[in-house]
Each structure stands twice: as C-alpha cells, then as structure tokens.
Design a protein around this ligand. Structure first.
Ligand code: BDR
Ligand code: CA
Length: 312
C-alpha cells in the first residue's frame, strides 16, 4: 500500500527539491499540497507549487491556499535565499493548474480524516498546521506521523542567533504544535549544516541528471549555488530534502526523543526550540529529534528525483 503524504510548504528552492523527491517515489502518493506564507509570500508559494508539479508532468494533485500571515507575528520572508519569486528567479513559466477553494487548514483536517494514518510533512512555518490542530484537536491521532523541517536543537540558528527560520517565522504556531501533541519528528538547522551535499557529489548528480535536473533544478539553484560557493560552504545545504528523506527512507536517519519547548517571547530567544536533552524539566517527550542522516541514502533519493524527465 502506498504511503499517503500531505505536504505543507512555503515553496522555496529546497521545498521544490523535497517535492521532486516525493514525486519520484512510487511508494508514496501525495494526496494534497497545502501552501503557507514563509520563504516568500503566499501568492508566490501558490504559484510555485504548480510550477514544480508541471516540471515533472505530475497528475492532478490538489493544491490548497493557506495562511497568508503568521498567527501573531509580523510577516517574515527569506527571499534573499530563495529569490524574489521563491524559485531562484529562473523565469519558469506560470502554471495553469487550478488551486482549490478549500482553505489549507481545512484541507489538512479533511485529508487526515479521509486517509487515516497519512504522513504530514511540514516544510515551512507551522501556521496551517496549528490552525488545523485548533480545528481538529485529534489531528495527531488521525495522522500516522508528522515530520517537520524546523528547529535549532542546539540553539545555533540561521535566522536569529538561536532560532531556525520556520520556527522563528511563526513561533506561536510552532508552540501550539509542540504543546498540543503533534509529536513531530524534527529535521533541524544544525542537522542541515552537518549534512551538506559536498560539491563534487552535487556536481556529479546534476551533470548526470535527466531533464528535470538539467532544465529545472540547475537553473533554479544557479544563484544559490554561486553564493554558497562564494561563501566557501563545503557543499549545498538542503534543509527540506532532509525532512523528506526521513519520510521516504526512515532508516536513513538516527534520532532520539525529548521534551521540546518553543520560546514565544519577543526577546533574543524568540523561536528557540529548547530541547531538554538531560530530562531536567521532567516534561513528557513531545518530539523526535533527528541527529544524523546517511548521505549516501539522501544522495540516492536526490539522484532519482533529478533523473526524472520533464514532459515535452
Ligand atoms: C527552512 O527555511 C527555509 O528557508 C527552507 O525552505 C527551510 O524550510 C530552513 O530554515
Ligand atoms: Ca521550506
């Protein structure tokens, strides 16, 4: 039986790669893609998801428009990383795929009821997921599992000194999700930094790619790759693909469970994911923290995605 996936995304460049990884996997069926403001504006996200689906000629996967802004925080984007349009400003043609009238939060609830045991993969700020849990408190019980890209588990953030983007951008939503029992598996920022796809391997996999890799991934990442090389990164960082790898190949990951609390204060700790490694708080464990991912297995998932052919 295929694993059903509900993917929530703020579709920037690494979300796009994560989507391609899922689209390339015959063992999963994407039953819905829900869009949230994050890397770029919601309008861009809603344009980007269909562009990714067009790149591989995917079937009619339902796409839902979700939260336009965080629960309480001001809007926060990351177009410096993803380009103004969120797909590297590579000039991909706009898609004519339809966007559903149903709100993303309602769609998450409906799809979880329709496909009990489905996997929720959240690749952006957790606004839609928090709203869905407010509507349906039993969402965690309906889902089989949830995997998020989010958190800085040793407080080495990419957005503030201590916070990772997806949590920082909607800390209230993240706090709701952790406190109300979603029990997510977290692929966080430190894991991302520790799991670069080193340049020789990245260069080889893009050189040997099919048309999806050559005509979609390479132009989309041109700017990011150039900037990453200029900054002397050892390879490309792939936050959302790591979360997707945990879903598609669970044995590729090592992890432990812990109590995690999110700082929603407005001081320097905002968006911190405090992981109680030593059990000092005596709080119940409410998350699984991924500590390592096998790079060979990640590379295999990427290679399969990049080898796909674009429709003519
Ligand atoms: C996360 O923020 C975005 O830039 C990425 O898509 C990823 O979800 C990394 O902090
Ligand atoms: Ca993302």
């Amino acid at each position: 039986m295929t694993q059903k996936l509900i993917i929530d995304t703020d579709c920037g460049v690494d979300d796009a790669i994560a989507l391609l990884m899922a689209l390339a996997d015959p063992a999963v069926e994407i039953v819905g893609i829900t869009c949230v403001s994050g890397n770029v504006t919601l309008d861009h996200v809603v344009q980007n998801v269909p562009i990714v689906l067009d790149a591989v000629g995917a079937g009619p996967i339902p796409i839902f428009r979700g939260a336009e802004r965080p629960i309480l925080a001001p809007l926060y984007h990351a177009s410096d990383v993803h380009g103004e349009d969120g797909l590297g400003d590579a000039g991909f043609p706009r898609s004519t795929r339809p966007i559903s009238d149903e709100h993303a939060a309602l769609a998450i609830v409906r799809l979880a009821r329709e496909y009990p045991g489905a996997t929720l993969v959240a690749l952006g700020p957790l606004t839609n997921v928090a709203l869905a849990m407010a509507i349906e408190p039993n969402l965690p019980q309906l889902l089989g599992q949830s995997v998020i890209m989010g958190g800085a588990v040793r407080a080495l953030g990419n957005t503030s000194a201590v916070a990772e983007f997806n949590i920082y951008a909607d800390a209230e939503a993240a706090a709701m999700v952790f406190e109300r029992g979603l029990n997510p598996t977290m692929a966080g920022w430190e894991l991302t930094v520790e799991t670069p796809m080193f340049w020789p391997r990245w260069d080889a996999m893009t050189a040997q790619a099919g048309t999806v890799g050559a005509d979609f991934v390479v132009p989309m990442l041109e700017d990011l790759v150039r900037r990453s090389r200029e900054r002397e990164r050892p390879g490309i960082l792939l936050p959302d693909p790591l979360a997707m790898a945990v879903v598609l190949d669970p044995d590729c990951a090592s992890s432990f469970t812990a109590a995690v609390a999110v700082d929603t204060g407005w001081g320097p700790g905002r968006g911190l994911t405090a992981v109680d490694v030593r059990g000092n708080s005596k709080a119940a464990h409410n998350a699984r923290v991924v500590t390592a991912i096998d790079t060979d297995r990640l590379a295999a998932l990427l290679e399969r995605a990049f080898r796909m052919s674009s429709p003519r």
